[in-house]
Design a protein. Structure first.
Length: 624
């Protein structure tokens, strides 16, 4: 959560910092700030509550100078959204240093009490200000021991940071500036990502690669417990305990064009309509017609090792958890292998019995989700193979897992996940095919599944043609405050995901249920002001779901039905019908989620909600 940017070079730092913060808006935030060092001994700072545009307006009235600076967008954890709590924070009297922090310091209270006893005064409610004052304390201690050696003018700064970090319990991504040293910044990470961009006579720091697109294509991912000393002309990376390490320069895969709206009103709408392409990208090179199976190059486990797996555990949060539920249906049906889907936040503490023939897949768009990372680490510590399904190259989970599969869905900026969700389902479908072919699926069955997957982008393209009808239906129901979403089998996770999308961006209360469970409680909610969205495409439980539709109709509840082409029965009962392609049951989650994504989008727009940046939410949830 939150976002950090930093710059040191020859240009005005504010230009990059402001643009970088705009590109990080998708991560979620409620306040923002920028600090620059115009000259030795000088500090300039601007903070604001609310959107980046407010910060931009302040800077237009009072421009800041300096060729080194840091910026931050804050998602409130400790203390409400106020200018006092906004980052960057100062350490020491008069701002000896300035610091931006992502993450949570769990032992901040005891550290704060200790610093207050030493005479430090706190201006905010945050855990982050504690870090700034603690670094100042150790800087004073280092300087009292003597001046920094001439061959390393930053030795005291580094020593202060190195003494501070072991005392922090929790997670952090830190970027620090020093008032008397306006040519250097120090970055450090543990559990919260930081990327360093390498330019020509300049360096950049950011929480992820998106702010760096168009500025550089050479980046270094900091690993946990690493620090970086960054100047305009140099980059030195050290391990907190082991000294200097050799850093690996990689190519930035985010294109500047990925960050443009390309004519769409919102990123969410753009990303919904990108799904035919992203699904094709996710499949590319991963289906073998000769062997009627899927191919994955990054699992780092042989077919013989995977053949020994007796149970699959899928762990995730939010939308990724819904994708995992689809994966459970897929893998169990195609491979006849038991699958458990676990909320990562529960798995990390639940300590369930896991036998030695189990394998874990951690599913996450960002690769930084704190609970998912902790669950992966816990099972890895116990010796189980851990694999990742994620979208962000170089992310923490991608680095720590034993192997994994990238989605190749491209940058997803809208906070409410759409294209990453369908790509996650597709990867899980291909995994189901792979495991199935290792076990009992015949060559002919494998080929039929591959043929269906090749047609998938066209089916999704066809489902997108419902947009105008969905917009009309959204206008009819956008003022309602409660929705039910109902489906069975493969369509039950779709119901859950449809309800979540509506909650996330329109703030309407919505619940997803298996349709058969409706009469075990939720039917009490049915009335004329509570629309029920039924996913009732043709499968072997079609008649059962139709009976549930009749039950809602008998009680006067409005019905919105997602149906397959050629279906005339549902239209006789439902108030509104959305027609999607008639596809195989295991392909239905891909086609059926499209109109539900569009429904949530259009309702949110009609209600005047901030679609891409919904309140209280963050794209990358890096705190518990």
């Amino acid at each position: 959560m939150c976002g950090i940017v930093g710059y040191v070079g020859t240009q005005n730092a504010t230009d990059f910092l402001l643009e970088g913060l705009r590109r990080l808006e998708y991560r979620g935030y409620d306040s923002a700030g920028i600090v620059t060092l115009p000259n030795e001994g000088q500090v300039e700072i601007t903070k604001t509550v609310g959107r980046i545009e407010s910060l931009s307006e302040k800077l237009a009235q009072n421009p800041m100078s300096g060729s080194i600076g840091i910026g931050h967008t804050r998602w409130a954890t400790h203390g409400p959204p106020t200018e006092e709590n906004a980052h960057p924070h100062f350490g020491g009297d008069g701002g000896v240093l300035a610091l931006a922090h992502n993450g949570v310091i769990e032992n901040y209270a005891e550290l704060k009490d200790s610093l207050i006893e030493k005479g430090y005064k706190f201006l905010s409610d945050t855990d982050s200000e504690v870090v700034a004052h603690l670094i100042d304390f150790y800087l004073n201690e280092a300087e009292a021991d003597g001046a920094a050696p001439e061959d390393d003018p930053y030795a005291n700064l580094l020593a202060a940071v190195q003494k501070t970090l072991p005392r922090l319990r929790g997670t952090y991504g830190l970027v620090i500036l020093f008032r008397e040293h306006p040519h250097v910044m120090i970055a450090a990470r543990r559990g919260s990502p930081l990327v360093i961009g390498i330019g020509n006579g300049e360096h950049f720091v950011a929480s992820d690669g998106s702010p760096l697109a168009g500025y550089t294509d050479k980046i270094v991912y900091l690993a946990d417990h690493q620090l970086a000393i960054v100047t305009a002309d140099s980059l030195r990376v050290l391990h907190r305990d082991e000294g200097q390490v050799r850093h690996n320069v990689q190519v930035l895969e985010v294109e500047e064009t990925d960050l443009s709206l390309k004519g769409y009103a919102h990123y969410m709408l753009k990303e919904i309509f990108e799904q035919p392409k992203t699904l094709a990208d996710t499949m590319r090179g991963r289906l073998s017609e000769d062997n009627a199976t899927a191919i994955f190059g990054g699992l780092n486990l042989s077919a013989q090792q995977l053949r020994q797996v007796q149970r699959v555990i899928l762990t995730a949060c939010g939308t990724s958890w819904h994708a995992a539920l689809v994966g459970e249906y897929m893998i169990e049906e195609m491979s006849r292998m038991p699958v458990e889907v676990e909320y990562a936040s529960e798995l990390r503490y639940r300590n369930p019995p896991v036998d030695h023939k189990s394998i874990l897949f951690a599913i996450t768009q960002s690769g930084e989700t704190a609970d998912t990372l902790a669950a992966l680490r816990e099972l890895k510590r116990k010796g189980h193979p851990t694999l990742a399904i994620c979208n962000v190259v170089g992310s923490t989970i991608a680095q720590e897992a034993d192997g994994g599969i990238y989605l190749h869905a491209g940058q997803e900026i809208g906070v409410a996940s759409t294209k990453a969700y369908t790509s996650q389902m597709l990867v899980l479908t291909m995994l189901a095919l792979y495991f199935g072919r290792l076990r009992h699926l015949s060559y002919e069955q494998g080929r039929k599944i591959i043929d269906a997957l090749h047609r998938l982008p066209d089916h999704v393209e066809k489902a997108l043609e419902t947009n105008d009808e969905v917009r009309r239906i959204a206008g009819k129901y956008c003022h309602e405050n409660n929705f039910l979403y109902l489906g069975r089998q493969y369509n039950f996770p779709t119901a859950l995901e449809g309800a979540l999308k509506l909650k996330e961006i329109s703030y309407i209360h919505a619940e997803g249920y298996p349709a058969a469970e409706m009469k075990h409680g939720p039917i009490a909610l049915v009335d004329k002001n509570t629309p029920s969205v039924f996913i009732v495409t043709k499968d072997f439980v079609y008649d059962k779901v139709m009976a549930n539709v009749e039950e809602v109709k008998a009680r006067g509840g409005p019905i919105i039905a997602v149906v397959a082409e050629g279906d005339t029965q549902v239209a006789k009962i439902a108030d509104d019908v959305i027609v999607v392609p008639d596809v195989e049951p295991f392909v239905q989650p891909f086609a059926n989620i499209i109109p539900l994504q569009l429904l949530s989008y259009h309702i949110a727009v009609l209600r005047g909600c901030d679609v891409d940046k919904p309140r209280n939410l963050a794209k990358s949830v890096t705190v518990e």
